[in-house]
Design a protein around this ligand. Structure first.
Ligand code: WTA
Length: 634
């Protein structure tokens, strides 16, 4: 059994050990896993290149740690309880034994279709158990999965496929979301027109909509698995062999492929899952994220399944067919642990208490949040009306790049404070620095959040471009991993995450680079240039505010129609999640004499705080500030 923390004293003891002897600390935990060959050395690292290796020369397969390690005790226990978008469709329950066989069968299928260790596979699926099966089948044979959220556009998918040189794509005919269904295969078809690397597409039948199957390239999932054995030998993987790539937005350029490797990610996701949630056998855990995001990877698939947990997976949306659907699912499946995003809480809170009242919610023991800062009001609502004032809330701060939770309470152990992620988990050494990189010591300070020592699931590189990884995360402050987040530490040493300090915005818990949204808007033929900033949004946390300069001959167009048309372009280039909430047309953007857009001013206008815009005399065109203020209603 994995190290478990049971008390606050236990936490401080473990934390101390993890800092004074990190290698001994993680080795003890890693010992509880199933290795084909033990490591020679626990850790090699420097943050300058960066080069980080955990459990050096260890040999293992992560799926053997999910299945073989547990099958004697857990074979008949539910691994996945799947809840359909449609409440009238039966739930599906897969035991560990059944999941094991399905993973093996699909792993054999991938091999039959030419997939080998190290090949990259794109997964573009709705929230169905086959998404987990596909990921684990890749891991079983050493293929590297790149899951792409099925709300991304064909162009975004094509960019990700090309960047990783994906050989095979796994998708479905379509997906259900609330009252609507969407074609997915048609999006994949459009994407792969631009991707000569793709050889095969495996298509799961989900909605039954007709799709154009191209001979030799496209195969139905159910046909492909038909003659495959349910026995499959796991590939022997090195600790540092790549497990997956997951694309995420940064402040510049296109999304980058964050790379996670096998052993460190495995050890860290299970350790954090068990200790943060205080999961016990028999508990029913539900994380409402999508497998297309890191939360889905680490805390729907790997962490909980490594821990032998029972995981609820939900295909639909919180408001269909009614706004009490989340609460209905909690009662139906007797969920004990519920993990969701603040944006979902705020959206459901807005419907009042009527949709909550019909449900008992008495199975709940622990609540969690992730993805963005949770405001105190939403925290209290969640605590009082969902947790009935008896369930601890774990506000977990972490990132795609960190692979697992970093700063978080341990459920029922760490005293919580609304809006605070509280204390670093064992193994995590945060450091707050000022803009020059000087450490701000002591408590009650505010600055930029860095981490000074590696933990097992830190990203290793950005796929195909190591220099970009170095520059983005390890060059801002020498010798430190820079998170991109601002943070405050209070008198008790508790951490409160303040949000991004770079040009990344967090919309409904989804990360978007402002440059990425601007590039999408600029693809509109009538747009000359644009600037995108975030602004506070009651439900989404942050909304997207776009200042757009049209081509000269377009300024006579009807602004409403132009807005729709810009939205359609963003939809096409990125997907609906990046659609601006507000679009303001202006004749120019405020720029410095060297031609840089003064975002600070636009941010203030977007936030509605125009009383003090600071010094604008250095601008090339100070007069546009007045024009923009007026257009924005000030
Ligand atoms: C933000 C999601 C405040 C933060 C797991 C981070 C949070 C970014 C929290 C990473 C939290 C995540 N409180 N902010 N509990 N959790 N964030 O990569 O700005 O999608 O840098 O990973 O989300 O987003 P990502």
């Amino acid at each position: 059994m994995l190290n478990r923390i049971h008390s606050l004293g236990g936490y401080f003891h473990e934390y101390q050990k993890s800092v004074s002897d990190p290698e001994g600390f993680w080795a003890d935990i890693a010992e509880t896993f199933f290795w084909r060959k033990k490591w020679d050395k626990v850790l090699n690292w420097n943050f300058d290149e960066p080069k980080i290796e955990w459990f050096v020369n260890g040999k293992l397969n992560i799926t053997e740690n999910i299945f073989e390690r547990h099958l004697f005790t857990h074979a008949d226990q539910a691994a996945i309880i799947w809840e359909s978008n449609n409440p009238n469709e039966d739930s599906r329950i897969l035991t560990y034994q059944e999941l094991y066989e399905k993973v093996n069968q699909f792993a054999n299928t991938l091999k039959t279709h030419g997939v080998k260790k190290g090949d990259r596979i794109a997964i573009y699926l709705p929230m169905v158990p086959e998404a987990s099966i596909a990921m684990l089948a890749c891991a079983k044979i050493g293929a590297v999965h790149s899951v792409v959220f099925a709300g991304f556009s064909a162009q975004s998918l094509a960019d990700r496929i090309n960047d990783a040189q994906v050989k095979l794509v796994i998708t479905a005919d379509g997906s259900y979301r609330g009252a609507k269904s969407f074609g997915l295969k048609s999006i994949v078809d459009e994407a792969v027109e631009k991707c000569s690397c793709v050889e095969k597409i495996i298509v799961l039948k989900r909605t039954g909509e007709s799709t154009n199957m191209i001979e030799k390239r496209d195969i139905w999932w159910h046909d492909a698995i038909q003659n495959e054995s349910t026995v499959c030998k796991a590939e022997l993987m090195d600790s540092e062999d790549m497990l997956f790539i997951l694309y995420t937005s940064g402040s510049t350029g296109k999304p980058k492929g964050v790379v996670h490797t096998t052993a460190g990610y495995m050890v860290y996701t299970q350790y954090t899952f068990q200790n943060v949630f205080q999961y016990n056998q028999g508990d029913i855990y539900w994380c409402s994220a999508d497998v297309g995001w890191v939360t889905g990877h680490s805390y729907i698939v790997y962490g909980p399944l490594l821990a032998g947990a029972t995981v609820v997976m939900f295909e639909g949306v919180p408001t269909y067919p009614h706004t009490g659907r989340f609460w209905e699912i909690i009662d139906k499946h007797k969920v004990t642990h519920f993990y969701t995003a603040p944006t979902a809480i705020r959206a459901l809170q807005a419907y009042g208490l009527e949709p909550v009242k019909p449900y008992k919610l008495d199975s709940l023991k622990v609540l969690g949040t992730v993805g963005e800062p949770i405001n105190a009001e939403a925290w209290h609502w969640y605590h009082t009306h969902i947790g009935k004032s008896k369930c601890p809330i774990v506000d977990t701060w972490w990132q795609t790049e960190t692979g697992g939770m970093m700063i978080s309470p341990l459920a029922g152990i760490t005293p919580t404070k609304p809006a605070y992620a509280t204390l670093p988990l064992p193994g995590i050494q945060p450091m707050i620095v000022d803009s020059e990189g000087k450490e701000l010591t002591g408590n009650a300070v505010e600055g930029n959040l860095c981490i000074k020592f590696p933990w097992p699931s830190i990203l290793r590189t950005t796929y195909g471009d190591h220099e970009r990884c170095r520059q983005t995360y390890f060059s801002t402050y020498k010798g430190l991993y820079f998170t991109g987040d601002g943070v405050k530490r209070d008198e008790d040493g508790y951490y409160r995450i303040l949000g991004r300090v770079d040009d990344v915005i967090n919309v409904s818990g989804h990360r978007l680079g402002t440059a990425e949204v601007e590039n999408a808007i600029n693809e509109h033929p009538l747009v000359n240039e644009s600037a995108v900033v975030g602004f506070p949004h009651d439900i989404k946390g942050q909304g997207i505010y776009a200042f757009v300069v049209l081509e000269r001959d377009a300024s006579t167009h009807d602004p409403e129609k132009m807005r729709d048309s810009v939205n359609i372009t963003v939809n096409k280039v990125i997907g609906a999640i990046a659609r601006p909430d507000k679009i303001l047309f202006c004749t120019a953007l405020p720029k410095t004499r060297s031609g840089k857009i003064m975002r600070r001013i636009l941010r203030k206008i977007a936030e509605g705080d125009v009383s003090n815009l600071g010094d604008i005399t250095t601008l090339l065109n100070p007069e546009v500030v007045e024009e923009i203020k007026k257009a924005a209603g000030f």
